[in-house]
Design a protein around this ligand. Structure first.
Ligand code: SF4
Length: 321
């Protein structure tokens, strides 16, 4: 029979490992960058193991002992945390990402707002983006260009600010979105709202939509023929919105929009362009619900996105003045 002290130490070690791997399971979005371990009174030092990488598999399941003990100490895990102040390695990488993207924009001669001309609906509505978007939405809602119209409950056109600096784009509506006619509702939508809040945006500040406006049966990936029929709707949305940047949510959205089969891990590392608009890529919130350990990488992605948009705004203000 083992010593009670040894049992306690083993339980604490299991529990600390599990909490470290799964700290983002706390009730609120736990936005530390992985460098600041939460202090748990009376259970010693946190392990110093490397955080899982983006392409790692799902976090380890808790051991039975850790599961049993987790409830007892859950209250000691902070519900939310400010990101650790000062992270020289990330800041340097972020600055390089922004500088590299701006240099690419200069090299390619990409105009602000993208390479597409403003949509004619803008002129028809006197430059009123909200009115132009509403008019486009009214055109798209009854669309029957592909077979998905037959199985949809609602066409999910998009939602958010007509003056958004950033457009977030997913692949297609899911079940909740199809039922409600709104993009990114349900648990993944709530998580997206928290992610936006972490970089200083309310959900109403940005615009959110999908590549496909109707739900594919059983949430399967979009088919090329469906994308071909639906993509013009997205292009027209963007030609009205003319955002500073796009953020693709998830592998399928990124691969479909960018016409590539590169991995999500690769696509996340640099900026791309769609219709002349800079595009960054991060995880889909639904993937984060399944794999909370990926939140750390998402936090880096969205901070880079925010820094890029800040730089583009500053540059635009300097040009205008
Ligand atoms: S998915 Fe797009 S193209 Fe297909 S019916 Fe819906 S709106 Fe039209």
């Amino acid at each position: 029979m083992s010593e009670p002290g040894a049992d306690q130490a083993a339980i604490a070690a299991d529990l600390l490992t599990w909490i470290r791997q799964n700290e983002n399971l706390a009730p609120a979005w736990f936005l530390d960058d992985g460098s600041a371990a939460p202090e748990l009174a009376g259970v010693g030092q946190m392990p110093t193991a490397e955080a899982p990488t983006a392409e790692a598999s799902a976090p380890a399941a808790p051991t039975p002992r850790a599961t049993a003990a987790a409830a007892a100490v859950a209250a000691t895990v902070p519900e939310s945390a400010e990101p650790a102040a000062g992270d020289p390695a990330f800041e340097a990488a972020c600055a390089a990402f922004v500088a590299g993207t701006l240099a690419l924009i200069d090299r390619e001669g990409v105009p602000a707002g993208g390479t597409q001309p403003p949509d004619p609906l803008l002129a028809q509505h006197g430059g009123d983006k909200a009115a132009a978007l509403a008019a486009l939405g009214a055109e798209v809602l009854p669309c029957t260009k592909c077979a998905l119209h037959a199985t949809r409950q609602h066409t999910v056109f998009g939602a958010g600010s007509p003056d958004a600096e950033i457009v977030f784009i997913g692949e297609a509506p899911g079940q909740d979105e199809d039922l409600q006619g709104e993009p990114f509702v349900g648990r993944s939508g709530q998580l997206l709202t928290k992610i936006l809040g972490a970089i200083g945006y309310a959900r109403e500040d940005v615009y959110i939509c999908n590549i496909l406006k109707c739900r594919p049966p059983n949430n399967r990936d979009p088919l090329p023929a469906e994308v071909e029929q639906c993509e013009p709707h997205l292009r027209r949305q963007l030609a009205i919105l003319r955002p500073r940047a796009i953020c693709c949510l998830g592998r399928v959205a990124a691969q479909t929009l960018l016409g590539t089969d590169a991995s999500l891990g690769k696509l996340r590392q640099s900026a791309h362009f769609y219709a002349g608009i800079p595009v960054t890529v991060t995880f889909h919130p639904a993937a984060l619900l399944r794999n909370p350990a990926w939140k750390r990488d998402t936090w880096d992605d969205v901070r880079r996105l925010r820094a890029l948009v800040d730089a583009l705004r500053s540059r635009s203000a300097a040009t205008d003045s």
